[in-house]
Design a protein around this ligand. Structure first.
Ligand code: NAP
Length: 340
């Protein structure tokens, strides 16, 4: 029997992408599509690209008899509701940021309010599948990583784990505008973003403590992290370019060996031998990584590209779902990218 799943926040970008992927997942059955708007209307009324979704999938307010609840909501909203789903014996996979930081005080500092369900932070498992799949298998609450942290950590993980670099990390990242969700702010209007690139968020972007938290675990030391995101005039796609000084005596060969060892068996992370482009991941769960050593500055420069709505959100949530339920990790995610 397929696993019964619900999507809460199904009218959003990430929720729509979850629906697209879950509708073709052979071991998932979408039993509830939840949002505040469009209630009583078929899913395709809110997500026109899902025009062939079954008529019976109607947007409502309840997760029904779902065994797994995917949440794709603004910060704080999943945490306010997760407790009752967990009490009913369901598994929660949150695409938002509610369960990513382990320390409630850190959450309060970066989000500006007390965590609505701080007790759950202890048991939530950070769901960057490549790094934490063993812990995901027993989790009730899976905290899907942010899109920037996914790219940044996959770009840096082999170097951090092998201690090839120092703690001094700079992440310069760029994302398409869907990364901001359905946002009617002036900053996201077509006339504002088209033919323009600008940084934002520094030094208070909420992905900063998340990258730092997970990098510290990999490195075994607290990183000195500068993270600068940029908004670029495209709909989807994200690149993280990461810089870190090489430790004395470490070489290009050490870097090449560490990266190929780390990702040799990964189904969705591929080392490429030239500079990767976001377009090569469009619509897919791939993350492409390239790492070089700049010999003159003795710095590692590592790049990762992905589709922020797939490997950066819905695709990785389904990869976590697969890992949690014991399905092959690639199930329902095998599609090739849409563009060369
Ligand atoms: N976009 C990305 O690339 C991306 C990547 C990784 C993670 N995320 C995270 O995923 C979550 C959703 O992002 P998104 O880009 O899909 O945002 P979005 O397009 O704005 O969608 C937000 C969803 O939440 C619902 N919602 C809005 N305000 C709500 C509230 N106060 N209470 C309950 N529901 C509310 C909205 O629908 P109704 O108004 O109809 O209820 C909609 O379904 C966010 O936490 C985001 O940080 C996004």
């Amino acid at each position: 029997m397929p696993t019964r799943v619900a999507i809460v926040g199904v009218t959003g970008y990430a929720g729509g992408e979850l629906a697209r992927l879950l509708l073709r997942h052979p071991e998932a059955r979408l039993v509830a599509a939840v949002a505040r708007s469009h209630q009583g209307e078929p899913l395709r009324a809110a997500q026109p690209h899902l025009h062939s979704a079954p008529e019976s999938i109607v947007i409502g307010s309840d997760v029904g008899d779902a065994e797994v609840v995917f949440t794709a909501l603004p910060a704080g909203e999943a945490a306010r509701q997760a407790g009752r789903w967990l009490d009913d014996g369901r598994i929660v996979i949150d695409i938002g940021s509610d369960f990513r930081l382990r320390d409630p005080k850190l959450y309060e500092r970066w989000y500006g309010y007390a965590h609505p369900a701080a007790a759950l932070l202890k048991e939530a498992v950070y769901g960057l599948t490549e790094l934490t799949r063993d812990r995901i298998r027993g989790a009730r609450v899976i905290a899907n990583p942010g899109c920037y942290p996914t790219a940044s950590l996959l770009a840096l993980a082999p170097a951090l784990k092998a201690r090839l670099v120092t703690e001094d990390i700079v992440v310069d990242a760029k994302s398409g505008v869907s990364g901001a969700g359905h946002n009617l702010d002036d900053a996201y209007l077509f006339g504002t973003i088209d033919e323009s690139v600008r940084p934002y968020g520094l030094p208070r972007h909420r992905h900063t403590p998340e990258i730092a938290q997970e990098a510290a675990i990999l490195l075994g030391a607290t990183p000195r992290l500068t993270f600068t995101p940029h908004l670029i005039p495209m709909t989807r796609g994200l690149i993280a370019t990461c810089y870190a000084p090489l430790r004395p005596g470490k070489t290009s060969k050490d870097v090449a060996d560490a990266y190929s060892r780390e990702y040799a068996e990964e189904p969705f992370v591929r080392m490429v031998d030239s500079f990767p482009a976001t377009k090569a991941t469009l619509g897919s769960n791939w993350c492409l990584v390239h790492a070089v050593v700049d010999e003159d500055s003795a710095r590692l420069v590592a790049f990762a590209v992905l589709d922020n709505l797939v490997k950066g959100a819905a695709g990785s949530a389904i990869q976590n779902f697969n890992a949690r339920l014991g399905y092959p990790e690639t199930m329902g995610l095998e599609a090739l990218p849409l563009w060369p």
